[in-house]
Design a protein around this ligand. Sequence first.
Ligand code: NDP
Length: 452
Amino acid sequence: MTFDYDLFVIGGGSGGVRAARVASGDHGAKVALAEEYRMGGTCVIRGCVPKKLMVFASEYGEMAQDAQVYGWDMDVKGFDWSRFHDGLVKELDRLEGAYRNTLKNAGVETFNQRATVVDAHTVALADGSTFTAKHILIAVGGRPFVPEFEGSDLAITSNEVFHMEDLPKKALIVGGGYIASEFACILNGLGVETHQYYRGSQILRGFDDECRNHIASHMQAHGVQIRCGTDIVKLNKQGGRILATATDGTTEEFDVVMYATGRVPNTDALGLAGAGVKLGLKGEVIVDDYSQTSVPSIFAVGDVTDRIALTPVAIREGHAFADTVFGGMKRTADWDLVPSAVFTQPEFGTVGLSEEDAAAQCPIEVYTTAFRPMQTLFAGRQDRVFMKLVVSAQTRVVLGCHIVAPHAGEMIQLAGIAVKMGATKEDFDRTVAVHPSISEELVTLRKPVRTA
Ligand code: NDP
């Protein structure tokens, strides 16, 4: 049987674009890719990239204050959202163009419309045309999940936050995960009175407890009003504002309420079930380690599979899929010891096991340090850095490394190499410190603060 394409990719985000480029550009496959929105996906268009630019924008306020202590004459009059937003739009346009060029240069044919799966080898486009392909790759990502309750339609999500016409004066963020905590810090840094409601006992559930506490108290000290054990019962329109009623019965008005209560796979009405592709309870595509679904010609990578919802992981999955299916190299991504960063303020970089998870597995030693770093101490700030190494008492291997500090994301990328290589505490210790730096403290942790 002949097909129109060797590969038809649905979704132009990180995973889909990488798979298409490698299959076509490196392995010579005839590839098409359909994207219904903008090329680049969540990461580039409404996720990591615009978020990080907003993080940068939100940090300049305090930096400008600190610069004065360092001797600079500063006259900062405030933050101009529309000026920043114009720049943001231009940058995203540039990046989208770069993604399109990547695909074009790799010889991938692109369709700017929604595609659905008809059967194991057929894809239909929104304009009614259909194409056959030897392989189909589902890389449609996820979308924000907002629970349904009275007035829930008044809430915005991370999709809309980048398109706000004006900066609100007062905002409520609901949720305690990556997105909620990052945006609470961003809005707070931009001068918005920011409240964060989280239903659990401490934000950033799943991460190392001491780090979570450190981050939350730092966020509060810088102005984010965090209320744990609190959820929303209803939202009502009140003039131009939103009245939020919380589970404890209190009410408060906000200009914007943003829900960041998790994300769900984008598999609605995609035709997958009809084609025989097995889906999980959240609608995620069930795949094996090679990203193959229950239909052998259909594969899926990235957030739609609900494995680890991080761009670099989706990229690895897409690349491994293309190498396996079109390059004759049987490869899988590696989901073990994936370093990541939460771009809160303070930033959090983490790799490996939290103290709690490690202690549940084996005897451990815990090394920590907390101190005021030079740069902000000089500026009169009380901010503290916090670092932790979780070490196996038996093998001496560093099981977890957790850093709450400026540029912790940069640090954990490098510490992640050592942890991934199986470095022991003694390997860290015999590495000479870089002085004066924050990260040098990672190689000068002498005595465990506790064993467990
Ligand atoms: P998370 O899963 O991290 O957090 C969801 C939050 O919403 C949790 O605090 C959860 O509470 C809460 N929640 C869930 N359902 C409800 C509900 N019905 N009512 C009230 N609260 C609720 O999801 P995010 O949306 O923040 O991020 C999605 C994923 O995107 C992340 O897991 C991460 O993989 C990725 N991401 C990564 C980033 C990075 O690398 N820096 C940045 C942004 C996103 P509870 O804890 O009680 O379940």
